[in-house]
Design a protein. Structure first.
Length: 151
């Protein structure tokens, strides 16, 4: 039982970490690539709605996570459960860090001012200085280059 629990934790943790790479890859090559039409409203703010077309990417990963729960529940594939929860946990973290903390879609976490918070905010600000789909930088969310943590 302990070995299976440790494996579960390892699969969950690995999935969460892999999702940071997936977010970076999706952001750089898909959102700033062939699906720019869904992502550009996030950079341009030329809309009055609280929702953005960019939110469709959240729905995609939510469906992937739910599909994992299906494979665990109905097909008995035990690894699908920690993978589904890893994707879901990353999605929740992304929502808290990106949508709430950085973009202030809800007015909380405004006073977070430690070195990590400042670095993540700086990196994201640099990302948003580019309004087009080309010449972007800083596509990750949780792991950003060290230069943004320097004063």
């Amino acid at each position: 039982m302990i070995i299976k629990t440790l494996l579960w934790i390892a699969v969950f943790s690995s999935t969460f970490l892999i999702m940071e790479f997936m977010a970076w890859f999706t952001h750089k090559y898909i959102m700033h690539g062939f699906l720019w039409n869904l992502h550009k409203d996030h950079h341009h703010k030329d809309h009055d709605s609280w929702f953005e077309r960019n939110d469709a990417f959240f729905i995609f990963y939510a469906v992937v996570s739910m599909t994992c729960f299906y494979f665990w529940s109905y097909e008995g594939i035990w690894t699908a459960l920690p993978v589904g929860f890893g994707i879901m946990a990353y999605g929740a973290t992304y929502f808290i860090v990106h949508d709430i903390f950085i973009h202030q879609r809800f007015k909380i976490f405004r006073k977070a001012n430690n070195w990590y918070a400042k670095g993540v905010r700086r990196a994201h600000k640099i990302h948003h200085k580019h309004l087009g789909k080309k010449d972007g930088e800083c596509f990750g969310m949780l792991f950003v280059p060290f230069k943004y943590f320097k004063r």
